[in-house]
Design a protein. Structure first.
Length: 302
């Protein structure tokens, strides 16, 4: 029996002398229970690091659920991934709304002038690692920037910052649409070993959740603006009395679906895909309401 087991095998109160029993009972009534202590002395350094990595992922997901700004979420995510490998720098780039250009997402450890230089660049079949990965919709592993033709137009820029290898993986939406890219930079030529795959999977998955969550919030904001416009028109008498019931029905449907979206945003880890149907209904009903209002508005004077 080890020492811990011995301390847990205390005598029962019935086995104590009366004075001892009374003393222990009295002491127990006056003292608070000891805090629960988790013993992790037997965990290896690797296990401790993996546990901290999981906690870090949870913290980033909590930021998304709390509607933290996208830039802050992505920066926290990049720093978390970088902490797993000290010789690696990372970045997240976003695909522009027109689907043709690179937008800055997060790159807290990259030189600021480098970040500004690639922000706004076009994607394409020969546009570095990230621009090419977004264009192809598949990972691009450049093991030596100085010799790879994909970096021909950006080689001087990379050389000036000491970058020699860059691997980029597209960030995909739940429906398979390219949202951006996640990149790993190294200061020496390097070929993927397979160990990086887990980090890339975590980074692209959480980044995808964050980006889609932001998009859902923006859609909701635009829909609420349409709702406000339609409500104003109805309340100021711009809608004919004969159309009031129809407009009211559409507005009620919009309000109910908007509330569903707000409820989803309050969940700890909202499922982005669950926004799709209520947002589609909001958009459709808002458009119908606006069409009704437009049909009874006087034509602009020529």
């Amino acid at each position: 029996m080890n020492d811990l087991e011995k301390t847990q095998s205390l005598p029962k109160s019935s086995e104590l002398e009366p004075k001892q029993s009374a003393f222990l009972e009295n002491a127990g009534a006056k003292t608070a229970p000891l805090p629960h202590i988790v013993l992790d002395a037997n965990k290896t350094p690797t296990e401790k690091k993996e546990e901290e990595f999981r906690r870090g992922q949870s913290r980033v997901l909590q930021m998304i659920a709390a509607n933290a700004p996208l830039s802050e979420v992505l920066e926290k995510l990049v720093l978390l991934i970088e902490a797993q490998s000290p010789d690696m720098l990372c970045s997240v780039l976003l695909l522009s709304d027109d689907g043709d250009h690179i937008r800055h997402g997060a790159a807290p450890s990259l030189p600021e002038d480098y970040v500004k230089a690639i922000d706004g660049e076009r994607i394409g079949p020969k546009n570095g690692s990230c621009g090419t990965a977004m264009y192809r919709g598949e990972p691009v592993f450049v093991t030596d920037i100085f010799s790879d033709p994909l970096w021909e137009d950006y080689r001087d820029l990379a050389e000036g910052k000491g970058f020699r290898a860059c691997w980029s993986t597209p960030i995909m939406s739940g429906r398979g649409k390219v949202l951006g890219s996640f990149a790993m930079y190294y200061d020496e030529p390097r070929t993927p070993t397979g160990d990086e795959a887990g980090l890339t999977e975590v980074a692209t998955r959480i980044a995808g959740i964050a980006i889609e969550h932001q998009a859902a919030k923006e859609i909701l904001a635009r829909t609420q603006a349409q709702l406000a416009q339609a409500t104003y028109a109805a309340n100021t008498g711009k809608a004919a009395a004969s159309m009031a019931d129809e407009v009211h029905e559409y507005l009620e449907l919009i309000t109910n679906n908007a509330q569903k979206c707000l409820d989803l945003l309050n969940e700890d880890q909202p499922e982005i895909a669950s926004f799709r149907e209520p947002l589609k209904r909001i958009h459709n009903n808002g458009r119908l309401a606006l069409d009704v209002i437009a049909s009874i508005r006087p034509s602009p004077k020529k």
